[in-house]
Design a protein around this ligand. Structure first.
Ligand code: 7RM
Length: 649
């Protein structure tokens, strides 16, 4: 099979400012190189030292045991508790009275908790869980809005050694049922409702439906947030905050083995049922702690805001565990970015003096579409660092993020990683790297990344191929819940256990920078050329009329596959044959005739997962006139598919 042809040309490069560099933890390339080299050449020394920055209950005997590959054992013999790492360790320091969580609800209500207060809340909730018989090793599903109690319950589970399985608050009753059954959950934590776009999401009602006919759940803990009417089963349902009022504010953290499971988080496979990705305690905590510290270059006075939902891995690692382990002040927001107006994020940044913003390309593109004025009317001078995660960020969006949001002052860290990797894998360190728009740049410490071909040979500069990771890292997944074979098969079998295979395409440029080219399942084959959908999409969105684009193949007798582009356009543009022709020409000019779409279809919206990733798999079926096959439970808006289908007719 030929390599993936890379056609994207991007030569701009942006150094961090001298001021940023001077204050940064790692402020020059030689220092990064030295630390990186040690992390690869002597991982025991590097990770052993990093791990000893955390408060262990019992010190570990061994850094890594890889003898049962691909199941890694990190920090064997050690005991710790993730909630104690996040909370208790700070109580004997000045951070005791520092704000840990600064929360704003969609209606504008604000609550904040110092580390001491958060600790008390978590202990109370842990005692509430215990009182209903929840204990070490039990699986607990959490289906909650973005309220402080979501983070507190996550930590309360960790405190007593219960395994949390957070299910994003937008999932349907069926998705919840599947996950509760697969994980064998014996308790569910939910809320009466949550605010989203001015309306109440009736979460408890969805849980009630999900649990119809499900036998194994003995308790549903309900947090009353919105006060909407809910059904109540006296035998099963308990009012969590009512019980918390009289619960003790002390709860000793359960000593956990380093390899005890901390949580499950379900991620959709391209086919088949969702996989319960299993993360354990020691390695995950060391990995999220260290990446947060270096990638966001956290300082004591930072106000850090990651806009993800705690229901995604980004929220687990970079709202809860990583930042709190570092003693950061974390902003949490309940609602939609355009409620009650399209400037809500920037208003929040002005109001709370946010210094670090970590968000997703899909959100950045939405803000671009809504117009600069909603951003610029708020004061963003507090911002010093910007981050991106979730998808390849197209250079246009990157430049807009830098110029409009960050006023050319803030470095951007484009962080590549996965639910499975637990933490950030490819990323610039903000004081070190001269970033290039669209590149996740260099590997984080301990990450031995390569771009290889189908035979496992490393490819030379600028050749597109498969991203591969050569050795275990602390925060990596330890398995798929209940299906160890699927773990081996999916991630380690492609190259006989030699590489972890994330399923993404990538190239490395002449400076060794990584450019992620999207999922390899999405690669197109036009006349024998393998093209990355992401590069063609990037060319399309660089046209002024286009907001978002998704490129998929459809079968073509002549070329094997022809390029079909689904395009959503901005408010000022009009869908017409003329515009379609312009866009086809635009792609031809930007990257060559080879990549010129055979067909452009205008769409008001593209099918996305609830975390904002475009589901090209579904568009492939539509473009080829096939019935949609495979798992659609992660789709955000089902009506989008019907509209796309009827447009095609
Ligand atoms: C953190 C997260 C993982 C997939 C991954 C990629 C894509 C994520 C980037 C990215 C290019 C990035 N976990 N992805 N971050 N692609 N640049 N900075 O999103 O499990 O939900 O998704 O997301 O394809 O494999 S995830």
């Amino acid at each position: 099979m030929p390599d993936i042809d890379s056609v994207l040309q991007e030569n701009r490069s942006f150094e961090p400012s001298e001021a940023f560099r001077a204050a940064a933890r790692v402020g020059d390339r030689a220092e990064y190189d030295r630390m990186y080299r040690e992390s690869i050449d002597d991982p025991d020394a590097f990770w052993g030292r990093a791990a000893r920055e955390l408060p262990w209950i019992k010190p570990f005997d061994e850094v890594l045991d890889w003898s049962e590959a691909p199941v890694a054992k990190w920090f064997g013999g050690g005991q710790l508790n993730a909630s104690a790492v996040c909370l208790d360790q700070h109580l004997t320091t000045d951070r005791r009275d520092k704000v840990a969580i600064l929360w704003e609800g969609e209606p504008g209500d604000v609550r904040s908790f110092t580390y001491a207060e958060a600790h008390a809340e978590v202990c109370r909730l842990a005692n509430v869980l215990k009182a209903r018989g929840v204990g070490k090793g039990d699986r607990v599903a959490i289906y909650m809005p973005m309220i402080p109690e979501l983070a507190f319950f996550v930590l309360a589970c960790a405190r007593i050694g219960a395994i949390h399985s957070v299910i994003f608050g937008g999932f349907s009753a069926n998705s919840i049922r599947d996950r509760v059954l697969d994980g064998g959950c014996s308790a569910v934590i939910t809320a009466d409702g949550g605010w989203r776009r001015g309306k109440v999401l009736p979460l408890k009602a969805v849980v009630d439906k999900a649990l119809e006919g499900v036998g194994g759940v003995h308790t549903v803990f309900v947090v009353k947030r919105t006060g909407n009417e809910i059904a109540w089963d006296d035998a099963r349902d308990v009012d969590a905050l009512e019980l918390a009022k009289t619960a003790s504010v002390e709860c000793a953290p359960e000593p956990m083995e380093s390899e005890d499971t901390l949580f499950l988080l379900y991620t959709s496979g391209s086919t088949g049922k969702p996989k319960g990705i299993r993360h354990t305690t020691g390695g995950y905590m060391v990995g999220t702690y260290l990446t947060t510290k270096y990638v966001f270059d956290l300082r004591e006075d930072d106000v850090y805001w990651c806009t993800a939902d705690v229901g995604w891995i980004t929220g687990h690692s970079y709202i809860v565990y990583g930042p709190l382990a570092n003693g950061a002040t974390v902003v949490m927001y309940e609602g939609a970015p355009n409620e009650p107006h399209p400037g809500r994020f920037w208003e929040l940044i002005e109001k709370h003096r946010v210094t670090i913003l970590y968000t997703a390309p899909t959100a950045i593109r939405a803000f671009m579409r809504w117009g600069d004025e909603h951003v610029t009317k708020f004061d963003r001078s507090s911002l010093r660092l910007l981050g991106s995660v979730g998808e390849p960020i197209n250079p246009e969006a990157w430049m807009w993020y830098r110029n409009v949001v960050g006023e050319e002052r803030c470095p951007i860290v484009d962080t590549w990683w996965q639910t499975e990797t637990g933490g950030i894998m490819l990323t610039p360190l903000p004081g070190v790297v001269a970033t290039k728009p669209g590149s996740a740049t260099l590997p984080f410490f301990g990450v031995d990344a390569a771009v290889i071909d189908e035979e496992g040979n490393e490819l030379g500069a600028n050749l597109g191929g498969l991203l591969a990771i050569k050795r275990p890292w602390p925060a990596m997944l330890r398995g798929i819940w209940g299906d160890d074979e699927r773990y081996r098969e999916t991630y380690w079998s492609k190259f006989d256990g030699e590489y972890y295979f994330p399923g993404d395409g990538a190239r490395r440029d002449e400076d060794g920078f990584f450019w992620i080219m999207g999922r390899v399942d999405d690669v197109l084959n036009v006349s024998g050329h393998r093209l990355s959908t992401m590069e063609i999409e990037s060319a399309l969105v660089s046209h002024a009329a286009v907001v978002e684009a998704a490129v998929v193949p459809r079968p073509d007798e002549l070329t094997g596959e022809a390029i079909c582009a689904f395009v959503s356009i901005g408010p000022g543009a009009v869908a017409s044959d003329e515009l379609a022709e312009q866009l086809r020409e635009h792609v031809a000019t930007e990257i060559g005739k080879l990549a010129r779409p055979a067909e452009i279809r205008f769409a008001d919206a593209l099918p996305k997962t609830r975390s904002g990733k475009i589901m090209r798999r579904l568009l492939r079926d539509i473009a080829s006139g096939r019935e949609i096959a495979g798992d659609t439970t992660t789709l955000e808006d089902f009506a989008v598919l019907d509209r796309l289908r009827s447009d095609a007719e």
